[in-house]
Design a protein around this ligand. Structure first.
Ligand code: GLV
Ligand code: MG
Length: 307
């Protein structure tokens, strides 16, 4: 249902290992904007094939409400991608919204998934284009090619940064994924965050930050998530229900920002329509058409967050 979910909120994207039935049962009760059932790195190689049937069962039978529902398949350099897509989309494609493709290195990988999805949709009697794609950038080659990757398929809905695999691909001397490196004088991922954001936005995609692996450190998560929030990211992965709570707050505008954005829109509309002026004072600031565009973003994010 790519049309359904393209602009739905993804402040918190909650990961659940597809091999763990207990966690799968619990996932719909966690108030995340988006849930993804994982067949990739949180599933042991020996469980990969058995996990597909568990994920199919979970998608078909659990009460998912209207959240964005996604499955992460294995990357194209494994022996599992094709089977993951055929089995999960073929048997649970009706409620499934998206497939997440990890470790994308070249645009051709997204094109290949798009073509495979078209065949599976036709065979399963689903409308072609029903399933959207989320692509993870988590290797150096993927980052170099991110602009072509973001433009590779109309099914793409989001581009995601994968900090743990990316740190490994860069050979960064860290052992924990997605956290600040205290020795680095600044944000060691700033360039990466900005590059992915620009490529995603230039193609109309939502842009998501990956996991914060120190799951007990909620203050650290709050602090780290602010970096991508202020750049303009839409959301971040959550590995626990407590992380979901923090992220739903961080990636929503505050009530004050939301109210101020509405005030700017009202003042600017009055200025342009009644006074025929393109730039006017709003308190002690000058506002113009660009201010309106900024305010519209806060209003739409606030409305999506239920403000
Ligand atoms: C997520 O998949 C990551 O590697 O950070
Ligand atoms: Mg990864």
């Amino acid at each position: 249902m790519s049309a359904r979910t393209r602009s739905m909120p993804r402040r918190s994207c909650f990961s659940t290992p597809g091999s763990n039935e207990r966690f799968l049962q619990k996932a719909p009760t966690v108030p995340a904007d988006m849930s993804f059932l994982d067949l990739e790195d949180s599933v042991a190689p020996k469980e990969k094939e058995a996990a597909r049937a568990k994920v199919v069962e979970a998608i078909r039978t659990l009460p998912w409400d209207d959240r964005v529902l996604c499955v992460r398949v294995n990357a194209w350099d494994t022996e599992w991608t094709y089977g993951d897509v055929v089995e999960v989309v073929g048997n649970a494609g009706e409620r499934l919204d998206e497939v997440m493709l990890p470790k994308v290195q070249r645009a051709a990988e997204v094109v290949a998934l798009d073509l495979l999805l078209t065949q599976v949709e036709k065979k399963a009697g689903l409308p072609v284009g029903h399933i959207g794609i989320e692509a993870q950038i988590e290797t150096t080659l993927g980052l170099i090619n991110v602009e072509e990757i973001c433009a590779a398929s109309p099914r793409l809905e989001t581009i995601i940064f994968g900090p743990a695999d990316f740190a490994a691909s860069m050979e960064m001397p860290v052992l924990t994924g997605g956290v600040q490196i205290p020795e680095y004088p600044g944000d060691h991922f700033h360039y990466v965050f900005s590059k992915i954001l620009m490529a995603g936005r230039a193609n109309g995609l939502q842009v998501i930050d990956g996991p914060y692996l120190k799951v007990r450190d909620l203050d650290g998560l709050r602090d780290f998530a602010q970096r991508t929030r202020v750049l303009g990211y839409d959301g971040k992965w959550a590995l626990t229900p407590d992380q979901v709570t923090v992220l739903n707050e961080i990636y929503s505008p505050t009530q004050e920002q939301f109210d101020r954005a509405w005030d700017i829109l009202d003042a600017y509309q009055k200025a342009t329509e009644e006074e025929r002026r393109g730039a006017v004072m709003f308190g002690d600031e000058m506002i113009d058409e660009a201010s309106r565009k900024m305010a519209v973003k806060f209003v739409s994010r606030g409305e999506r967050a239920g403000l």
